[in-house]
Design a protein around this ligand. Structure first.
Ligand SMILES: O=C(O)CCC(=O)C(=O)O
Ligand SMILES: [Fe+2]
Length: 333
């Protein structure tokens, strides 16, 4: 059942579960399952600290991203996604993709670069103006996967699955780069602007409200702020930046797998009210952990009594689920 207590976003210190996933004793997952599972069953977001991802590598990605986004628009457009939803790798400029496309006249003031499906892409798919970009993503991938596997194992344990490694096994691309997946890295740039500029619509937002699409998300935000998370009672709380932490949240496929025990919590990035920060550019880096593309996703635990909506859901092939969502977000390409 969905947590009845609606917590603030908890901060979990993962130093007790540091080191390589494969070397960890089984017993540490008990504690991780309790702490992390409870957070995901509650507000659906958690900060993790001492998580084993080298933040210098993330800073390096932010630095290279800054160089990329400072290039002239025409140069960035050379790397625009050519064929979404078939190929979702590359640059998306302001307005190219809307996360909240249901909202009329939605204006999302951001640009981003996606690294999709991983090892399918070689160096020529990355901006040649930023020669180190690909290597920077490749450098952080093993650490992100190591953390991802720990969290996925904890989810399986929290749900008391017969095979608590179920989620690790359904995300086998983490160990086998030949497996096709729509897991992706994304760098985001919320560019500097003046919200009082008459050309900026009054309903403009940096990132429209949405739930993520896949299993879990690792979100590295800078210190500017603006990210907000919707609580179960409908109110919004700010996910205040905590230096060197990672925010973790649940996506739609994990919500389906877990019959709603884990919530795909809605979030957005607002233009801040405070004068000191409202015009600042903001950067974030995301790792969307999604299943192997051929996984058929359907509830694997009984639906909570009285909340049977997941019984009626048609099973989804992960690849198709993603394709449909991409098609909606990029309708106006
Ligand atoms: O940039 C952020 O902090 C959040 C972006 C986001 O939620 C997304 O792109 O899915
Ligand atoms: Fe998101």
């Amino acid at each position: 059942m969905v947590g009845t207590m609606d917590y603030e976003i908890p901060v979990l210190d993962l130093s007790f579960v540091s080191g390589k996933y494969d070397d960890l004793p089984d017993n540490v997952f008990e504690k991780l399952a309790q702490e992390f599972g409870t957070a995901m069953n509650g507000v659906g977001f958690a900060y993790v600290t001492n998580h084993g991802v080298d933040m210098k590598k993330i800073d390096h990605i932010h630095k290279l991203s800054h160089e990329f986004y400072s290039l002239p628009t025409a140069t960035k457009q050379k790397y625009r996604k050519t064929d979404p939803p078939e190929c979702f790798h590359g640059y998306a400029g302001p307005g190219d993709e809307l996360l909240n496309y249901q909202e009329k006249n939605s204006t999302e003031l951001r640009e981003f670069f996606d690294v999709w499906g991983f090892q399918q892409y070689d160096a020529k798919e990355y901006p040649s103006e930023i020669p180190e970009y690909k290597a920077a993503f490749d450098a952080v991938r093993p650490e992100c996967n190591n953390l991802g596997k720990k969290l996925l194992r904890a989810m399986g344990k929290y749900l008391k699955l017969k095979d608590e490694q179920f989620f690790v096994k359904t995300h086998s691309f983490m160990d086998d780069p030949t497996i096709r997946t729509q897991a992706q890295f994304r760098t985001l740039h919320y560019y500097q602007m003046d919200p009082s500029d008459p050309n900026i619509p009054t309903n403009a937002i940096r990132c429209g409200e949405h739930a993520d699409w896949g299993t879990i998300t690792l979100l590295f935000q800078d210190m500017v702020g603006g990210l907000e998370v919707k609580r179960l009672d409908g109110s919004w709380i700010e996910a205040v930046p905590i230096k060197d932490s990672i925010l973790i949240n649940v996506g739609q496929l994990l919500e389906l797998w877990s019959a709603g025990i884990f919530q795909a919590t809605v979030h957005r990035v607002r233009i801040l009210d405070e004068e000191r920060v409202r015009k600042l550019a903001r950067q974030s880096f995301i790792y969307f952990i999604n299943p192997d593309g051929d996984q058929v996703v359907q509830p694997i635990v009984p639906c909570p009594p009285g909340d049977e909506k997941f019984l009626k859901v048609t099973p989804k092939v992960a690849y198709d689920h993603y394709k449909h969502l991409i098609a909606d977000a990029t309708k106006h390409y």
